[in-house]
Unconditional design. Structure first.
Ligand code: ADP
Length: 486
């Protein structure tokens, strides 16, 4: 296109008859190249949908080369250019029709191919192709009117002056596709354009008379610029393609993460219903709804109950994670006494603590101010997570559950155990998602979700959560909440 514009421009500017004829033929030459290369472009972009038998390629190649040669070196297409001041008129050669058929044929074939392709493309590609198609159509319609049809039919050659506009139309639409639909990468296009401009200027400079003395230096500069340019172009292309790959991978990862969350959420939901039913039946049996049961059976049932509770807690944590992360978690805030929550949860764990032979106690001062504003069900879950961990990770010794009042407006819940304890480095990571202490992994089962969920919830209630621990001696897990005035 650049060749076509430059030759057309010079064609009108130069008065030397020999040169004008050469420029006229050069302009035909570039028109031929332009039409075939538009087709090549459309053929490959954005993907090939048609494959021609290889004979066709050879035939088309031969036709192009032959037409290009006779255009440039014989009077068969452009016989002569008549000069009348600024105006030029072409005397067409005997095979001029061949040129017209070639040019229009390739352009129409390109448009047809693009139209056919649209059905095979995704939405983004469709947007890009539509712009390019429209640009080609408009540009070519305009260009062939001004440069072929109007001169041929009306014998009016001045219209050719406007031909250059068709290139601008095409360029504008290509630019729209690039910028709006990421048809080509702007960074790459800009680098190419700037590099080629520098090269062209340097090459042009070689032919200027003033350059003669410094020819060696000029060639050296050109050589360096070409080398640097090639390196630059390669790097930019490489970087851009890496960036695109990264973007695609990130998106894929995001989708996978989404699918995983949906799966966990669905599986957890399905698991919870039967567990609730089991809990109901066990409670009924334990409460004597089916008559007396032998003491041993009662003991086992109590164990089954606490195991079931553990599974419910685990499933709840899994459900909570996806809910919180997707912002679907709803909280029912109300004022309630924290001590009531503690007592209920404490007694749920009595059987388990007894089974492990732990010294398991609760200490709640009678005059404590413990009214908090929070979602009570969620508080149950948090306290359950902390007590359950203390019992799970403590083999012998004690687990003490207590409420203390560090200051007027604050109530603090603590679970003290004589378990393995946790090192300082691990304490910092403990409340992160999926984190499990290395030395415990393998010994106990767990998901590493309980503390993460508990932290998110306590933060939602404007509180703080933490742990103080000495490895080898035990840990105190705690949370603090603001106290409400009645
Ligand atoms: P889970 O218990 O399912 O692994 P949590 O989030 O509740 O997940 O706990 C995270 C990790 O913190 C546990 O894997 C365990 O290593 C450690 N941990 C929690 N509570 C205690 C405790 N009382 N004593 C020692 N380690 C604990």
């Amino acid at each position: 296109m650049t060749g076509w514009i430059v030759s057309l421009f010079l064609f009108y500017k130069i008065a030397n008859p020999n040169l004008v004829l050469f420029l006229g033929r050069l302009n035909f030459f570039f028109s031929i190249l332009l039409s075939s290369s538009v087709f090549v472009f459309v053929y490959f972009f954005p993907k090939i949908i048609w494959k021609f038998p290889s004979g066709i390629y050879w035939l088309a190649g031969a036709e192009n080369i032959f037409l290009l040669l006779i255009t440039l070196f014989t009077p068969l297409i452009d016989k002569a250019e008549l000069i009348d001041g600024a105006a030029r008129s072409t005397v067409y050669g005997n095979l001029y029709l061949w040129f017209v058929i070639h040019f229009l044929g390739y352009i129409f074939l390109s448009c047809y191919l693009l139209l056919r392709k649209i059905g095979h493309l995704n939405n983004v590609e469709k947007g890009q192709v539509k712009f390019v198609l429209f640009g080609i159509l408009l540009g070519v319609a305009f260009g062939s009117s001004t440069n072929i049809i109007i001169p041929l039919i009306f014998n009016y050659y001045d219209a050719q002056n406007l031909g250059i506009l068709s290139a601008i139309i095409f360029a504008a639409f290509a630019f729209l596709s690039i910028s709006k639909h990421r048809f080509l990468n702007l960074q790459i296009v800009a680098t190419h354009v700037v590099t080629f401009l520098i090269w062209s200027l340097l090459i042009l400079d070689l032919f200027l008379p003033a350059t003669k003395n410094l020819l060696f230096l000029d060639i050296l500069v050109l050589f360096l610029m070409v080398s640097f340019g090639v390196i630059l172009l390669r790097n930019v292309v490489h970087e851009v393609s890496q960036k695109q790959q990264l973007e695609e991978l990130t998106k894929k990862l995001h989708d996978l993460d989404q699918q995983k969350n949906e799966f966990i959420s669905m599986a957890a939901h399905e698991l919870r219903a039967p567990m609730t039913a089991i809990k109901g039946y066990i409670s009924m049996i334990l409460e004597g709804d089916v008559g007396n049961i032998p003491p041993k059976a009662r003991e086992y049932l109590v164990d089954v109950n606490s195991i079931n509770d553990r599974m419910v807690r685990l499933v709840n944590n899994m459900l909570n994670v996806s809910r919180i992360e997707e912002g679907r978690m709803s909280f029912q805030f109300e004022k309630d006494e924290l001590s009531r929550v503690i007592r209920t949860v404490y007694s749920q764990f009595l059987p388990e603590a007894n089974r492990k032979g732990l010294d398991y106690k609760v200490q709640i001062p009678s005059d404590i101010k413990d009214k908090v504003y929070a979602d009570v069900d969620k508080l149950h879950e948090v306290v359950g997570n902390l007590i359950s961990n203390a019992i799970k990770y403590t083999e012998k010794g004690h687990v003490y559950v207590r409420l203390v009042q560090p200051s007027e407006g604050i109530i603090r819940f603590e679970v003290e155990d004589t378990g393995p304890g946790i090192t300082k480095e691990e304490q910092e990571k403990l409340f992160q998602k999926f984190y499990r202490v290395e030395s415990n992994v393998g010994k106990t089962t767990g998901t590493g979700l309980g503390l993460y969920i508990s932290r998110l919830m306590i933060e939602k209630f404007n509180g703080k959560i933490g742990v103080d621990s000495d490895p080898g001696k035990g840990s105190v897990f705690w949370f603090e909440l603001p106290v409400q005035q009645n």
